[in-house]
Write a protein that binds this ligand. Structure first.
Ligand SMILES: N[C@H](CCC[C@H](N)C(=O)O)C(=O)O
Length: 277
C-alpha cells in the first residue's frame, strides 16, 4: 500500500556543487510545484530532505529553461550560482548540447560546457546602493559597519568582509548579525574572505535564509568582484570554500564561474509527506 502511494508522489533530484546542496524539481511540462510551505518543510534536515537551496526548473518562452530558487527557511533567492551550474550540467547531460540559456529572476544567464566543465555567466555585479539593495544612499564599496565590508549585488545581496585569518572568524555569529542589520532591507548573504595571493582567495559564507554553507556561487562572484574592485586581486581568481574550489573570472560580459557538480540521488516524495504540509 505505502509503496503504491510512494510511486504516485513527487520526484526530485539531489545535487551538490562544492558541497552547496540542492533539491531540484524538473517541472518542465507541468505546473510549478514549490510553495513556501513545501520549501520550508523539505529544507528541514530532520522532517524533510535537507538542502541549502531548492531549485525548480520550468519551461521558458525566452530561454531554454527558467529556474526559481528557495532557501531552506522558505524564502526566495534571486540567484544561486551553484544550483545553476548543477542544472546546467543536468541539461547538458540530457541534451548533448554545449551551450544553453537559463532565465532566473535577474535575467537570462548563459551556460557553456568547455572541456567537460560547466561555466555559467552570473551577469554583471550590481554596485548601486538601490540595486543591492541597501536601505539608503551610500558608498557600496565601504559600508558603515565594523570590518569595512563592500556590498555587491549578484541578483541577490552580499556583504563581503576582508579578514586576515578566515579560520578565526565566528561565521555564524557575525553572519547572522550582518544578515539582519537594518542596512539591508531584504537581509543579506555574508562572505568572509582572506586574500592569499593576487589570484587566490579563501572564503567562508553565511547565507541569507539558510545559514553556514560549504560554498555559495553568487557569494564567490561577489567576493571576486569586491577583491578586484579594492585592488587586492586580479579579476580572475581561484577560490577555496569549505566544500572545495571554484574559479571566477570577471570579464566584460559578466562574472563567469566554474566548479564541480555532483548528482547524488533521485527519489520521490511520498503523497503522505505532501499531504502533511
Ligand atoms: N548558494 C547560492 C546562493 C544562495 C543565496 C541565497 N541564500 C539568498 O537568499 O540570496 C549560490 O550558489 O549562489
Amino acid at each position: 500500500m505505502s509503496t503504491v502511494r510512494d510511486q504516485t508522489g513527487l520526484a526530485f533530484m539531489k545535487w551538490h556543487g562544492a558541497g552547496n546542496d540542492f533539491v531540484i524539481f524538473d517541472s518542465r511540462g507541468r505546473d510549478a510545484v514549490t510553495t513556501e510551505a513545501l520549501a520550508r518543510r523539505l529544507g528541514n534536515r530532520h522532517r524533510g530532505v535537507g538542502f541549502d537551496q531548492l531549485a525548480e526548473i520550468r519551461d521558458s518562452d525566452t530561454a531554454d529553461v527558467e529556474l526559481d530558487f528557495w532557501n531552506s527557511d522558505g524564502s526566495r533567492a534571486g540567484a544561486c550560482g551553484n544550483a545553476t551550474r548543477c542544472v546546467a550540467r543536468y541539461l547538458f547531460d540530457e541534451s548533448g548540447r554545449d551551450a544553453l540559456t537559463i532565465r532566473t529572476e535577474r535575467g537570462v544567464l548563459e551556460a557553456r560546457l568547455i572541456d567537460g566543465d560547466v561555466h555559467v555567466n552570473m551577469g554583471q555585479p550590481q554596485t548601486m546602493w538601490d540595486e543591492v539593495p541597501l536601505s539608503k544612499p551610500m558608498d557600496t564599496e565601504h559600508l558603515p559597519l565594523d570590518g569595512d565590508p563592500m556590498a555587491v549585488g549578484m541578483g541577490n545581496p552580499h556583504a563581503v568582509f576582508f579578514v586576515d585569518d578566515v579560520s578565526a572568524v565566528d561565521v555564524a555569529e557575525r553572519g547572522r548579525a550582518v544578515e539582519f542589520d537594518p542596512l539591508f532591507p531584504q537581509r543579506t548573504n555574508v562572505e568572509f574572505a582572506e586574500v592569499r595571493a593576487r589570484d587566490e582567495i579563501r572564503m567562508r559564507v553565511w547565507e541569507r535564509g539558510t545559514g553556514i554553507t560549504l560554498a555559495c556561487g553568487s557569494g564567490a562572484c561577489a567576493t571576486a568582484v569586491a577583491a578586484a574592485t579594492r585592488g587586492l586581486t586580479e579579476r580572475s581568481v581561484r577560490m577555496e570554500v569549505d566544500g572545495g574550489w571554484l574559479a571566477l573570472d570577471w570579464r566584460d560580459d559578466g562574472v563567469w564561474m566554474t566548479g564541480p557538480t555532483a548528482h547524488v540521488f533521485d527519489a520521490v516524495l511520498t503523497e503522505a509527506f505532501l499531504e502533511s504540509l
